[in-house]
Design a protein around this ligand. Structure first.
Ligand code: SF4
Length: 541
């Protein structure tokens, strides 16, 4: 067998820890990978152990063999805090050779590696490299100061075998029954889960689809998860339901129709919210909703306003006065039902109570559908144009709807071996996180850590830099993760103190570097709403 290098470019425990610093973006990192006589190098950054020929990249396209040196091909991503204010807005560095910022961008400031500014820079796990096999310290363990306190951030790219995405789709339309399979390119990659208020929810990915089925199922699951986490559009179908295009931060497209509005509330809530505005304009109002259809005169809101009963008799199952379940089947019609004619949910009118001339407004929960009827002498509803004053209230319902969006949350289990890159005693990291001593971020975005055992993190991918996620063919998702804490707490939990480095040292080294390639890229999100990852109250309180 040909002899290969066996390195991912990270220092082993027995290798020099802190290479000589070099000026940011100017010098070359010390080449720590052994140059081999063979044209191949072996990457051991994941269990696949690719043997990579010169000029080629490995199976994940994240590592490559350049002149016999294994390099991480993507630049590491840095976040930079806007200095003029406490705002967490992120701005790009102006570095030699960097592209000029767009005209709309705030002016970039020159930065020559001045360590006085170093604490305004946050090294993310994006492009940082991994620690596989996991006895290695994390690729970056960066010291800094926050509000005068010595801090440290442990930065890595996690290999997540246990991970999924939870997708919230703001629509009332029927996407599929709960537990129905969701397919991507024909493969089952997840399922419909519980509907939430105004939204349908999907659970996609997960270890069983990644590794428990066929190879193709695993590949498709991985591809879908990577696309969605990287904010790209993906088309799925639901067994017995709809086809839809999902993209984080964008409107869902259901059966080819782009969703516009997220409902103001359920039918009962809509009746309650707008009851006073409709008083005197209509004798009865029905808000059609697949979940709870509201009937104003029966509803407590109508009673409180002393509205007389209209005599309307509804289909469906009465829950409480003025609130009806199951008036129709789920679908893409009015209020997430399958009806196109709203009168289909009215059983009849009670003689002696209902009167000719009664004015009836029927609307959906978004106001996108609305019709106005007047009862004739036979108590039959006759459609008429909506009076302008009633149309104003219908418009108000629409105005109160938020834009319909897809939300994609990445959910991953970080309680496994990657903890060894942080500490020699992994349970201490888990405990420190639960004690709010450690701020966990993913690509600088705040991560919610689930209570209970392990380190199960959840993060909104739209708060993360573009293309934060990668894959390896094991199959698993690669996601950035950073653990920030006081330096003293890091020492107390058995951290790799001998590997703590300054920002300057971090920037001068790393497996991602290679001749001529950028050493770092900066991410700017003009509307950034993320708190600065360092010095959050739980850390300093
Ligand atoms: S798949 Fe990527 S990380 Fe894994 S061994 Fe191959 S090149 Fe390295």
């Amino acid at each position: 067998m040909t002899e290969h290098t066996k390195t991912d470019g990270l220092p082993g425990m027995d290798l020099p820890v802190l290479p000589e610093a070099s000026p940011l973006g100017m010098g070359k990192a010390p080449v720590r990978n052994e140059r081999m006589s063979s044209a191949k190098v072996e990457c051991n950054a994941c269990p696949v152990l690719c043997q990579i020929s010169e000029g080629r990249s490995g199976a994940c396209d994240r590592y490559a063999n350049r002149a016999g040196v294994l390099v991480r091909v993507d630049p590491v991503v840095l976040l930079r805090r806007e200095l003029q204010s406490e705002s967490p807005a992120l701005v790009p560095f102006a570095r030699e050779g960097a592209e000029a910022p767009a005209e709309s961008a705030p002016p970039a400031r020159d930065w020559d590696g001045d360590l006085l500014l170093a604490d305004q820079v946050f090294v993310t796990g994006i492009g940082a490299s991994t620690t596989y096999p996991d006895y290695k310290p994390a690729p970056f363990i960066v010291a800094s100061k926050a509000q005068g306190v010595d801090m440290v951030t442990v930065v890595t790219e996690g290999i997540f075998s246990y991970c999924s995405v939870k997708v919230k789709i703001d629509t009332d339309r029927f996407l599929g029954s709960e537990q129905a399979n969701v397919r991507y390119k024909g493969e089952v990659v997840g399922h419909v889960t519980t509907a939430e208020y105004g939204s349908q929810m999907l659970s996609l990915g997960g270890v069983h689809h990644l590794t428990g089925g066929s190879k193709k199922e695993g590949r498709m699951t991985l591809e879908l998860m990577q696309n969605l986490c990287n904010k790209q559009a993906a088309e799925c179908t639901i067994d017995g339901g709809s086809s839809l295009v999902i993209q984080a931060g964008k409107a869902p497209i259901v059966n080819g129709v782009e969703e516009q509005r997220m409902r103001v509330g359920c039918g009962s809530a809509t009746v309650g919210i707008f009851a006073r505005q409709l008083l005197g304009l209509a004798d009865e109002v029905v808000v059609v909703d697949d979940h709870i259809t509201g009937v104003l005169t029966e509803h407590q809101a109508g009673r409180c306003l002393a509205m007389p009963p209209s005599g309307i008799q509804m289909r469906g199952r009465k829950s409480t006065p003025g609130r009806y379940f199951q008036v129709a089947n789920p679908g893409s019609g009015w209020g997430g039902t399958d009806i196109a004619d709203p009168l289909a949910i009215i059983e009849g009118w009670e003689p002696g109570v209902a009167k000719p001339g009664l004015r009836l407004l029927m609307t959906s929960t978004t106001g996108e559908q609305a019709q106005w009827f007047v009862l004739d002498d036979n108590l039959q509803p006759v459609e008429q144009p909506i009076p302008p004053e009633v149309q104003k209230v219908v418009d108000r319902i629409g105005e109160n709807c938020e834009p319909s969006l897809c939300t994609v949350l990445f959910l991953g289990g970080a309680g496994g071996s990657l903890r060894a890159g942080v500490t020699e005693n992994p349970v201490l990291l888990t405990r420190a996180i639960k004690q709010a001593l450690v701020n966990v971020t993913c690509g600088g975005a705040p991560a919610y850590v689930w209570p209970g055992g392990g380190i199960t993190v959840m993060v909104d991918v739209t708060r993360m830099p573009d293309n934060s996620f990668g894959t390896v063919p094991t199959p698993a998702i690669i996601a950035p993760i950073e653990f920030s804490m006081r330096l003293a707490d890091y020492a107390a939990l058995g951290g790799h103190m001998e590997h703590v480095m300054t920002l300057e040292q971090a920037l001068s080294r790393g497996a991602w570097q290679d001749d001529g390639a950028p050493t770092a890229r900066e991410w700017r999100r003009p509307e950034a709403v993320n708190a600065w990852p360092l010095g959050q109250p739980p850390l300093l309180g």
